[in-house]
Structure formats: structure tokens, C-alpha cells
Design a protein around this ligand. Structure first.
Ligand code: DX5
Ligand code: ZN
Length: 220
């Protein structure tokens, strides 16, 4: 089982002082930073662009886990890798060359991920499992932070963990949306090794303790 990782989501930071908040994430002991990119089409919200990533890159050694919520991710993966993304994850729902885009991310030297929304069947990502470093199962409908965790998604992560074992693969299994200290243990028991947390991390009274609790969570 991979070591659990908490990826604080920059969406929940103060957008007028991103660099300071990102340094705060690092100071809390995190190794990853989740960066949500929204286009106002695939999801009804707008966030950051490649320039934001490029400007933050020299300020931190955090692993940049970039989550593209775009209708045309194939047109932007290069810009985000060049800006300093360590990993780029793309959704399975829009109509574009998914296999080709994953290949492109890898050929640019970054890790590649595939993402599925809560209503999307697991079968839709199965064709890409051999190609990816991470599968991200959304536990909310993407677009906004602060929504409630959809627990039934954990059936998909548990199934993913089985498939990974059966096929001898090594991709990580990530959840994103409504993750907090209460549901983290359940996530871990359902095969999840990578947990994104926006609101719960930034609102935590003690971020160091929050991070430690999630990253040392024992699987029962
Ligand atoms: C939602 C984003 C999430 C968001 C999670 O569309 O993909 O990464 O930041 O925020 P919380 O943890 O507040 O649900
Ligand atoms: Zn996200």
C-alpha cells in the first residue's frame, strides 16, 4: 500500500495572497499541492491559469498536482507542464483524444492522471489504467469547494484497488471533494492513498495535526 498523501487544495486559499498561503501549506509539512483549473464551461466556475502555476513554481518545492476541469484539456496540458506542473490530471467525461492527451503529458515529462465525476461509471476509466500514474475519483460534483463528501464513490475506489492488484499496476488512487478528518479513515479503508482537502485543511485549527492524522492513518 502506498504511503498516504494529503494534497491541500489551493482553491480554498486566499486568492489575493496565494504565495503566502502556498508557503503555509509547505510549512504545515505537506509534500503535495492540489491546483484546480476551471474553464467556466466544463464546470461553472473559473480559477487559475498557467501563469499562476509558473509564478508559484520558483517559490516552493511542493509537488504540483494539477487538476484540469476543462472541455479541451488537450490544448492546455503543454502549457501547464511547462509552467511547472509535476502531475496533470484530465477528466474522462469530455469528448477528446484522452489516450493521446495522457501520452502527451507523459512525453512532456510529467505524471498523468485520469479523473471521473461521481455519476461517471468506473468502466469509463478502465481503458486508461495502464497509462496513468493516478486515478482521481471525484467525491463531489466539481466546480466549488465546501461541498459534502459523497460516500458511495468509495465503492469505485475499492474496486479500483482490486483492479490495480489483479493487473499488477501501481497508479495511486485519489479522492477530491468534501474530504475531512472524519471521512479520511473510510477513504483509506476503501483503497484511497491520496486525499485532496481544501476547506478542511485551510479551516483546520491545527494544520500540522490535520496533515499528520491523515498521512499516518492506519488502514484497518
Ligand atoms: C472541486 C475541486 C476540489 C476542491 C475541494 O471542484 O476539484 O479540489 O478544492 O474542496 P473541498 O475540500 O473544500 O471540498
Ligand atoms: Zn480538484
Amino acid at each position: 500500500m502506498a504511503k498516504p498523501i494529503l494534497a491541500p487544495s489551493m482553491l480554498a486559499a486566499d486568492h489575493s495572497r496565494l504565495a503566502e498561503d502556498v508557503l503555509g501549506v509547505q510549512a504545515a509539512g505537506a509534500s503535495w499541492l492540489h491546483i484546480d483549473i476551471m474553464d467556466g464551461h466544463f464546470v461553472p466556475n473559473l480559477t487559475f491559469g498557467p501563469q499562476t502555476v509558473a509564478d508559484l513554481r520558483p517559490k516552493t518545492s511542493l509537488f504540483f498536482d494539477v487538476h484540469l476541469m476543462l472541455d479541451n484539456p488537450q490544448d492546455y496540458v503543454e502549457a501547464f507542464v511547462k509552467a511547472g506542473a509535476d502531475q496533470v490530471s484530465i477528466h474522462v467525461e469530455p469528448d477528446y483524444d484522452i489516450a493521446g492527451t495522457l501520452k502527451k503529458i507523459k512525453s512532456l515529462g510529467a505524471r498523468a492522471g485520469i479523473v471521473l465525476n461521481p455519476p461517471t461509471p468506473l468502466e469509463d476509466v478502465i481503458p486508461y489504467l495502464e497509462q496513468v500514474d493516478i486515478v482521481l475519483a471525484m467525491t463531489v460534483q466539481p466546480g466549488f469547494g465546501g461541498q459534502s463528501f459523497q460516500e458511495d464513490v468509495l465503492k469505485k475506489t475499492a474496486r479500483l484497488a482490486e483492479l490495480r492488484k489483479q493487473r499488477g499496476l501501481e497508479f495511486r488512487i485519489e479522492v477530491d471533494g468534501g474530504v475531512n478528518q472524519e471521512n479520511a479513515a473510510l477513504c483509506r479503508q476503501s483503497g484511497v492513498d491520496t486525499l485532496v482537502a481544501g476547506t478542511a485543511f485551510f479551516k483546520a485549527q491545527d494544520r500540522i495535526a490535520f496533515l499528520r492524522a491523515i498521512e499516518t492513518e492506519e488502514q484497518s
